[in-house]
Design a binder for this molecule. Structure first.
Ligand SMILES: [Zn+2]
Length: 313
C-alpha cells in the first residue's frame, strides 16, 4: 500500500509518495506556496498530487498544515500562509480535487510522528521532537499518539518563557525560547545590536539580505564574538526549555530537527546536552538525538497519518 504525504510550509509545498510500512519515500513534487490565498494553496496541492501520482497508486492522502488544525480536520488558521485567517474544512475540497480520502494535521506534530515511528524516536512510547528553524516548533507523542491538546498548543515549546521580560517574540510575548533559538529571533537581535553600534561579521555578511543558517555557521567558524554569544544564548535557552519539558512529562528521548539543527548537526545537540542551563533533572536523564528524517519528516508523517486513517480501529 502507498499513501501520499504533503507538507505545506510558509514558503514551499512538498509532496511525496510513501510506503507507510517502511517509510521509504519516492517521487517528489514541490512548488512555492501561493501568496494569493488558501484557495490557490489547495489548488496547488491537488496539482502536485496529480503530477506525483497520475495513476492513483496511493490510496489516501495526508496533508500537514503550519497552523492550528482542529481534531475534526478544520484548519483554523495558518499564520505563515497569506490570507489564511478563517477556519477552512479542507478535507472535502481536497477529496473532490484529488479523488481520494484526505486527512489533515499539524505539520510539526506530523514531523514528530515520522521521527517516532521511523526515525530517531523509534522504540520509545513518548517523544518530544523539537524543530529549530526560522522559529522553534515542537511536537509531542504520548503513548504512541500525537498529542495536539485541546487548543493545539501541546508541544509548543517555542513559546515557553526562558527569560522574564526578555526579547520580543514573533507572537508578541516576551522572553520566549523562539526569540533566542529561532533563526528569525537571532537575526532580529543581531540587527538590533548592529543598530546600537555592536557590529558583527554576521551582519556584515547578511547586510540587507535575509540571514540564512549558513551565515550563522560561517560567522561561528570565523570566531565572530557576537554570533558566538547569540548561539550560546540559543543553546542555553533550548537546554533550559527541553530539560523542563522532559522532566514534567517524564520523557526519556528528545529528537532535534529543523534547518538550524541540520546545519550545525551533532555538535549542536552535544552543546545543548552539555549546557549548564539544562532544565529539570538535567541531561543525564535524557537521550538527546539528532533527527533522522530531517527535510521530509513532515511529508512522511502526513503519509503515516493517511495510512492510520484507513486502519480499522
Ligand atoms: Zn512567542
Amino acid at each position: 500500500m502507498k499513501t501520499i504525504g504533503v507538507d505545506v510550509g510558509g514558503t514551499k509545498i512538498l509532496c511525496r509518495l510513501v510506503d507507510p510500512e517502511t517509510g521509504k519515500a519516492r517521487g517528489r513534487t514541490k512548488a512555492r506556496t501561493p501568496k494569493s490565498g488558501p484557495a490557490d494553496v489547495l489548488a496547488s496541492i491537488a496539482e502536485l498530487v496529480a503530477k506525483l501520482d497520475p495513476d492513483h497508486e496511493a490510496v489516501a492522502i495526508g496533508v500537514g498544515f503550519p497552523g492550528y488544525v482542529r481534531p475534526d480536520g478544520v484548519v483554523v488558521h495558518c499564520t505563515n500562509i497569506s490570507g489564511w485567517d478563517q477556519p477552512i474544512d479542507v478535507g472535502p475540497v481536497l477529496r473532490k480535487s484529488t479523488g481520494r480520502p484526505v486527512v489533515v494535521g499539524n505539520d510539526v506534530s506530523l514531523g514528530a510522528l515520522a521521527e517516532h515511528r521511523l526515525g530517531a524516536g523509534q522504540g520509545e512510547q513518548d517523544l518530544l521532537a523539537v524543530f529549530v528553524g526560522t522559529g522553534v516548533g515542537g511536537g509531542l507523542i504520548l503513548d504512541g499518539q500525537i498529542r495536539d491538546g485541546d487548543r493545539g498548543l501541546a508541544g509548543e515549546i517555542g513559546h515557553l518563557t526562558v527569560h522574564t521580560n526578555g526579547r520580543l517574540c514573533g507572537c508578541g510575548g516576551r522572553g520566549h525560547l523562539e526569540a533566542y533559538a529561532g533563526k528569525a529571533g537571532i537575526e532580529r537581535e543581531a540587527r538590533r545590536l548592529a543598530a546600537n553600534g555592536e557590529t558583527s561579521f554576521l551582519m556584515d555578511m547578511v547586510q540587507n539580505g535575509s540571514m540564512k543558517s549558513r551565515h550563522v555557521h560561517q560567522a561561528l567558524e570565523a570566531g565572530d564574538p557576537v554570533t558566538l554569544r547569540l548561539m550560546t544564548e540559543a543553546v542555553d535557552a533550548l537546554a533550559q526549555a527541553i530539560g523542563n519539558v522532559a522532566t514534567i512529562l517524564d520523557i526519556r528521548r528528545v529528537v532535534l530537527g529543523g534547518g538550524m539543527t541540520d546545519k550545525f548537526g551533532q555538535d549542536f545537540v552535544d552543546q545543548i546536552a552539555a549546557s549548564s542551563s539544562f532544565g529539570g533533572f538535567g541531561s543525564a536523564k535524557l537521550q538527546l538525538r539528532l533527527a533522522e528524517r530531517m527535510d521530509d519528516a513532515g511529508a512522511v508523517g502526513a503519509a503515516l497519518l493517511a495510512a492510520d486513517s484507513l486502519a480499522p480501529s
